[in-house]
Design a protein around this ligand. Structure first.
Ligand SMILES: [Zn+2]
Length: 474
């Protein structure tokens, strides 16, 4: 498997540190508002990376933090006359609601910055002891001139970086690029005690304290985030951890590109954003995931209704083909595996695309090539060939995190009204209206159909011979 490593600016063969476990850290949200669809791109992409690693048999230790102390949180708490914890607790809950809706697997752990204040203070003290940090009037800064390889992730040398930055008038630091580790309290702001007075940690130091603590000072396999985090956030994480002569922070740095709206990067600060919740009001989560994964993660993606509609159509084509496949009735048991080799080739091709730096876009193209193939030949497949074809779809759905919640199943082998009843019954069951769902079940039984529930749907069997007639997916 190859991964494009931002640090070396090249695709490298992925060599995990441990045989079975991958340690992975992805920078999480600052919890002061609902997250937008641009953030969702990053979260969904790394969810797909995790799912693919799990598909390969690794157990993934996936850590994603919540930044729960920050200027934006403080401002919101002052505006709403609430404590910062009331704000962050609320938006952590909201984060889970939206990310669960998007079928993003929950992280192994979501550390919160304010739970790591001791570790943060320890790290800053150690940096000061080793002269990588200095204090001026209650503020502590990292001194970038002390860390020789500063700029290596961003790929710029110090002089180039310096020429683009100036010390702001109200800042009292030695070098324009020096970044804040501990910020002195102003006025009414919430703060924490430290050897440098009351204040709070800087964002860059939160993440690396959590990584350092959580992974016990060991190098992690993959560190990820949005492309806008390369500089200065991740550069500054590297500086703090590696300055102390510690091990490398991470072996592979992966960054997901932007989501544009009207040719501009979608961001809160530009005000051109749509929250995930707004998009979920219009589109099924499968469509959102499919759309966001349909472009290679290192390319920008532009969000528009037109693109969403076209993603919706493409996904419907895939699903229709899958439903036809699982409902093939003439599943013969012929020994001659005329099509098996070709089917396996499509499978290998799909996996090869994923192995090549998670090329989800090309992997989807392979699925469409495969659909053309099965549309032509599937009716002649034997049982083994049908099963092998289903496996391709199933793995594609699992890796991309697509779940079937649509009920536009094209049931050509079953009368529409029976199909509708089965769907209706599933909906009643979902709403826990079991009396209604049981009623439909017994009505269908009278008509000669037995229902057997499976994950995400129902199988319809013939009362006479117990043979499978059709599968409905909800
Ligand atoms: Zn971070």
């Amino acid at each position: 498997m190859k991964i494009f490593n931002t640090l070396t600016r090249s695709k490298e063969e992925f060599k995990p540190i441990n045989k079975d476990i991958i340690n992975m850290y992805v920078c999480g949200p600052t919890v002061y508002d609902l997250f937008h669809i641009g953030n969702a791109r990053t979260f969904i992409f790394f969810d797909c990376v995790r799912r693919y690693l799990e598909y390969k048999g690794y157990s993934v230790n996936f850590i994603q933090n919540f930044t729960d102390i920050d200027d934006k949180i403080i401002n919101k708490s002052l505006q709403e006359n609430k404590t910062i914890y009331e704000i962050s607790d609320k938006y952590i809950e909201e984060y889970y609601i939206d990310s669960d809706s998007l079928n993003i697997k929950r992280a192994t752990q979501n550390p919160r910055a304010t739970d790591y204040l001791n570790e943060i203070i320890e790290l800053i003290s150690e940096l000061m002891d080793n002269r990588f940090a200095y204090e001026i009037d209650g503020n502590v800064y990292f001194s970038i001139r002390e860390f020789r390889s500063y700029g290596k992730l961003f790929g710029q040398d110090l002089n180039t970086l310096k020429s683009g930055s100036r010390i702001k008038i109200n800042e009292n630091k030695k070098d324009a690029l020096d970044f804040i580790l501990w910020k002195k309290n102003k006025g009414e702001e919430p703060g924490y005690n430290s050897p440098w007075g009351v204040g709070r940690p800087g964002w860059h130091t939160e993440c690396c304290s959590m990584i350092y603590k959580y992974f016990d000072g060991n190098t992690i396999d993959i560190h990820g985030g949005g492309m806008d985090l390369i500089f200065p956030h991740h550069e500054n994480e590297i500086a703090q951890i590696e300055a102390l002569g510690n091990k490398k922070l991470a072996n592979y740095w992966m960054h997901c590109s932007f989501l544009n709206m009207n040719n501009e990067k979608m961001s809160k600060s530009l005000g051109n954003f749509l929250t995930v919740r707004e998009v979920l009001n219009v589109y099924n989560p499968n469509v959102i995931r499919f759309f966001l994964l349909s472009v290679h993660y290192r390319n920008n993606i532009s969000f528009s209704n037109l693109h969403m509609e076209s993603a919706k159509k493409s996904l419907a084509r895939i699903k229709k083909s899958y439903v036809n496949l699982i409902n093939i009735k003439s599943c013969n048991n012929a020994d001659s595996d005329n099509y098996l080799d070709e089917i396996k080739k499509y499978y290998a091709k799909f996996i090869n695309k994923m192995e090549d730096d998670f090329n989800t876009s090309d992997a989807i193209s392979v699925i469409f090539e495969f659909i053309k193939y099965i549309n032509r030949f599937a009716n002649s497949f034997n049982r083994l060939e049908v099963m092998e074809s289903i496996k391709i779809f199933k793995n594609f759905f699992d890796i991309f995190g697509l779940e079937y919640g649509d009920n536009n199943v094209d049931c050509k082998n079953l009368e529409d009204d029976i199909k509708d009843m089965v769907i209706q019954r599933l909906e009643f069951k979902q709403k826990r209206q079991f009396d209604k769902s049981d009623l439909i079940r017994s009505e269908l039984e009278k008509k000669g159909y037995i229902l057997e529930d499976i994950k995400g749907g129902t199988r319809i069997l013939d009362t006479n011979d117990n043979n499978l007639i059709y599968t409905v997916l909800l």
